[in-house]
Design a protein around this ligand. Structure first.
Ligand code: PMP
Length: 389
């Protein structure tokens, strides 16, 4: 009876949100709810119920550590089965979302605060995920500082500033917001942190497993459980920061993630593979959006090759990006976010990504309902363009 009441309450709230959100639909945030129909189908297999006395301690009884040995084993199995990362000879460290690990890694890769060397510069190639800048400037200190977009530190300008400290470069592949696979721009002795949040077969083809020294992953994207706040790093070196700051990821979350990862693994390459499902949803959305936007002379989308070989699906696959990176074709300083807002579409301005206001990002990770409304509004916008022959 309590469950029935709770469900009625949730349904009522959902209805209210849809009614209130009638005019403006936000496709600005990257919240990942496109996967929820999948988890509704696997509701029982992925459910976790535990009572009040369970998992109360800081540490597990099996290993006396903050980290579940079984969850770590399942995550390693998942990467091996998907073929998107080499994890065998590396440490896996859990955290409260991969966002928490951004500063942890910058801290670990920076010179010692007492060392004579100048602070490290933390950089990323624009357009880049803004959390790298926000977090680094938040904790700016003696050891590191935000160095801005990589372009200003290309080899030519670096040579003239040899007295500067080393570099820590964030490389997001596929990139948020423009969804391109990327390589480091600086090279040399720079330390590199690879953020592979979207390096899963529903968002990109997998040409080969990533095998870098420092890699970031999050469960927010592959399974869609952003609210559980679970991310991890895979790296050659272990890291004390997480145990020193929050003493590991929540054990409740670890238990939930165990159920989720097991359910993903159990269905891999089967009738209801989460990556096949995710790829199908994202590919269909990208196709629809492209078909409409290709008729426009005012806005355009990033170009992605139509077919790329994926080692996971063992075939050529169509693009299925998490984001549409929209360019307004007018003046250099055109406010693309503002232009779409006039059509009642909330996006995330390119200014966030240090790419200028001419660009803006649309999240394609929303619910089917949100995507349908987005399509209606984009179609109206494009149909309203008038040209003389
Ligand atoms: N890296 C990238 C590139 C992201 O887009 C995001 C989420 N938008 C994150 C990291 C953070 O993920 P989490 O939810 O695990 O903190």
């Amino acid at each position: 009876r309590m469950l029935a009441l709770a469900l009625a309450d949730i349904r009522q709230n959902c209805r209210q949100v849809i009614v209130l959100g009638g005019k403006y639909r936000s496709v600005g945030h990257g919240t990942r709810i496109a996967c929820s129909p999948y988890w509704r189908r696997h509701a029982a297999a992925s459910a976790v119920v535990f009572s009040g006395w369970h998992r109360m301690s800081y540490v597990t009884t099996e290993s006396f550590s903050f980290q579940s040995v079984e969850l770590e084993r399942q995550i390693r199995l998942l990467h091996r089965a998907v073929g998107n990362a080499v994890v065998d000879d590396k440490h896996v460290v859990f955290a409260a979302g991969s966002i928490q690990l951004i500063n942890a890694l910058v801290h670990a890769l920076s010179p010692d605060a007492n060392a004579a060397s100048p602070p490290a510069r933390v950089v990323a190639n624009a357009p880049y995920y803004q959390a790298y800048r926000v977090q680094t400037t938040m904790f700016d200190g003696r050891e590191y500082r935000w160095g801005g977009a990589t372009a200003q530190w290309t080899n030519a300008s670096r040579n003239s500033t040899t007295d500067e400290g080393g570099f820590i470069e964030f490389v997001t592949s596929p990139n948020n917001p423009d969804t391109m696979l990327r390589k480091p721009a600086l090279g040399g002795s720079s330390a590199v942190i690879f953020d592979h949040a979207y390096y899963w077969p529903h968002f990109t083809h997998i040409p080969s497993p990533a095998d870098e020294d420092v890699m970031l992953f999050t469960m927010s994207k592959p399974s869609g459980h952003a609210g559980s706040r679970f991310g991890y790093k895979v790296a050659k070196r272990a890291l004390d920061y997480v145990s020193d700051s929050i003493m590991g990821a929540s054990r409740d979350t670890q238990l939930r993630m165990l159920g989720i990862v097991k359910a993903m693994l159990a269905n891999l390459h089967g009738k209801d593979d989460i990556f096949a499902f995710g790829h199908d949803v994202m590919r269909t959305r990208w196709r629809k959006l492209n078909a409409v936007v290709s008729r426009s002379r005012l806005i355009s989308l990033q170009k992605i090759p139509p077919h790329q070989y994926c080692t996971y699906f063992k075939r050529f696959r169509e693009p299925s990006p998490a984001y549409a990176w929209v360019k307004c074709e007018g003046e250099e300083d055109e406010d693309c976010h503002g232009a779409l807002l006039k059509a009642n579409i909330i996006t995330r301005t390119g200014v966030f990504f240090e790419a200028g206001s001419r660009y803006t990002r649309i999240s394609l990770l929303k619910s089917d309902d949100d995507f349908d409304v987005l399509m209606e509004r984009v179609t109206d916008l494009v149909n309203a363009e008038k040209y003389e022959d």
